[in-house]
Design a protein around this ligand. Sequence first.
Ligand code: KIV
Ligand code: NA
Length: 279
Amino acid sequence: RKKITIQSLVRLYEKGEPISVLTAHDFPSASVAEAGGMDIVLVGDSLAMVALGMEDTNEVLVEEMLLHCRSVSRAVESAFTIGDLPMGSYEVSPQQAMQTAIRFVKEGRMNGVKLEGGEEMAPIIKRITDAGIPVMAHIGLTPQRQNALGGFRVQGKTTAGALQLLRDALAVQEAGASLIIIEAVPAEVAALVTSKLRVPTIGIGSGNGCSGQVLVQIDMMGNFPPGRFLPKFVKTYANVWNEALQGVERYRDEVKSRAYPSSEYTYPMSEEVIEELRR
Ligand code: KIV
Ligand code: NA
């Protein structure tokens, strides 16, 4: 595959071909996203929860994100890579945001950055994009603001909410955002917003009228113990947890019964030497 650039993403958008986006948080998860032909691999701060076991995304540090970004970048050859700026690393000022974005490119080896927020983030998005770092904006449900939003709730459901979403989308587009994530918004609203824009929208829980889709890899792979809460929009395309669990259980049984390691998994030694050692 050829390297995917902002320009090739724009060509997909202009052709009306949906842009495929998947999160990854380390070398193996990025390898499978790349091998599976994703257009964009996103190192989302959701890794705080799904890979690090943190309570929410607000706990993850820039340094921690950078370690994961670097490992993902080593596995990705063609996909466009985007790193999620964690809460607290960009909201203070355009200068702070710029400094963090530069670290994501230099240290994290990302092609672009993502940040949450609409209208109010326009000066920050402008600063980063003016410096030549592509920005993916993220509007609608913004998990970093869950304490103000009152949890993970559907956004843009009222007339006022939908109009605000449109204002946010237009503002981040004007500020220079190359792509806009729309999270947890009714399909009709996301499709309407998409139709008013000249940059691609990437939906998550926002219907199929967006210019592309994104899911959290651990979720869509079914790579979590049974009984975990899943948002309505998550479709599981595999059952990695079951497969992995069966593997661990078979290994456990074979260790306990000494069936593993059988001779084929053991280094051979000459009979002669063994005889000598026994003497
Ligand atoms: O952190 C994340 O994985 C995200 C995507 C779900 C958009 O922000
Ligand atoms: Na995120």
